[in-house]
Ligand binder design. Structure first.
Ligand SMILES: Cc1cc2nc3c(=O)[nH]c(=O)nc-3n(C[C@H](O)[C@H](O)[C@H](O)COP(=O)(O)O)c2cc1C
Length: 366
């Protein structure tokens, strides 16, 4: 394991089991469950459990995470001692336009996850004030507040509204939902870093900035660090791990895909056919192009497309891939993913790969 050398002192203090650079598995709705999150944290990263659109089973999910953390060793194993308040070295992510803060609060008090990730508030970042106030109250500020944003103006708004601990800068390459219009992390990360450090009065927490979107291997992680990110969030790469809760057909489609800028697209049709409504204006989702999208492009009605989607569900694994219809959210980095790897090995390969890249650069300077 790498020493904490290049982690900011704040990150090293808040996530003491984590190695440098901070590698995070995204809270992916319906996909990122305790097994994935715990495997990532145990390997020296930070894994997020997706509460996703609702908070109904949060207590069960955190209890499962605690059991997994108590099992066996790893950098993030927990010891449960009577009388000592709990602290779980995993995070929980919420899609805040639909999730319920009130339902989630008792679980925060009971389990104190290391971080709470807030995404897509219904109207604006002011909507997050009750979330942040109550989470900080319930956990004595031990659960750190992470917010995912996709533009410079949103980053400024979020810092002014709630002074988060971490800003996850989500570039347009990201798999799953994000702003429909935006930029890649190559300009977003440095511009957001510059902008928030110039804010006056100076924000108290000086949020750390993490990069998300299109990062699938250690070269992407090293590049994000060069842009000024203090760590990286990966979603699509972790879809191709045995710990992620997705169908084999979905995983096969990820492994088989290449040229992500061409084989994926941002659209709202993949939500519409699944009857998911209510995303705030300006959001859509990136997924592999399949017949649902192509037929929508050709003018097939939403009603008919949904009907065909429902029929396709009965095909199971065969319903995925370019000739299928089932939603296969994935980022543009999909072409770099060639094999299914245990989540812990993915984290380790990122750390080792970055170290090699940095060592190579040092030698070049000699
Ligand atoms: C299948 C899938 C589901 C996702 N679900 C969520 C979610 O529930 N909440 C959220 O904040 N982000 C979600 N995201 C977006 C991630 O937070 C992250 O921005 C993205 O995965 C990063 O890009 P990458 O997939 O190219 O690594 C999802 C992404 C994927 C691929």
């Amino acid at each position: 394991m790498q020493p904490h050398g290049s982690l900011t002192s704040k990150i090293a203090a808040d996530y003491p089991w984590a190695a440098s650079p901070l590698i995070v598995s995204a809270p992916m709705a319906k996909v990122a469950m305790p097994k994935l999150a715990v495997a990532v944290s145990k390997a020296g990263g930070l894994g997020f459990i997706a509460a996703g659109y609702h908070s109904d089973h949060l207590e069960d999910l955190l209890e499962e995470a605690e059991d997994l953390l108590l099992e066996g060793k790893g950098d993030a194993a927990v010891e449960s001692e009577p009388g000592v308040p709990k602290f779980l070295p995993v995070g929980v992510g919420f899609i805040t336009w639909s999730a319920s803060l009130e339902k989630a609060l008792p679980s925060f008090s009971k389990y104190c996850p290391a971080a709470v990730w807030l995404f897509a508030p219904p109207k604006g970042f002011q909507d997050l004030i009750p979330w942040v106030t109550k989470i900080r109250e319930a956990t004595s500020s031990r659960s750190k507040i992470w917010v995912q944003v996709g533009s410079v103006s949103d980053a400024v708004e979020v810092v002014n509204a709630i002074d988060p601990d971490v800003i996850v800068v989500q570039g347009l390459d990201a798999g799953g939902h994000s702003l429909a219009r935006g930029a890649s992390i190559i300009s977003l990360v440095p511009e957001i870093n510059d902008k928030i450090r110039q804010l006056r009065p100076y924000p108290k927490k000086q949020a750390d900035v993490l990069a998300a979107g299109g990062i699938s291997d250690s070269r992407g992680v090293a590049a994000a660090m060069a842009l000024g990110a203090q760590g990286c969030v990966l979603g699509t790469r972790f879809l191709a791990s045995p710990e992620s809760m997705i169908a084999h057909g979905y995983q096969k489609a990820i492994i088989d895909s290449s040229d992500g800028g061409i084989s994926t697209v941002r659209t709202t049709i993949y939500d519409k056919v699944r009857d998911i409504h209510g995303w705030p204006e300006g959001y859509d989702g990136r997924g592999l192009i399949n017949c649902t999208y192509l037929d929508d492009l050709q003018g097939l009605s939403e009603v008919k497309n949904r009907e065909l989607y429902r029929e396709e569900l009965s095909k199971g694994d065969m319903g995925y891939g370019p000739k299928g219809r089932l939603t296969t959210y994935a980022g543009t980095g999909v072409g770099l993913i060639r094999e299914i790897l245990p989540a812990g090995d993915i984290v380790k390969s990122m750390h080792e790969g970055v170290q090699k890249i940095l060592n190579g650069q040092r030698q070049l300077k000699l």
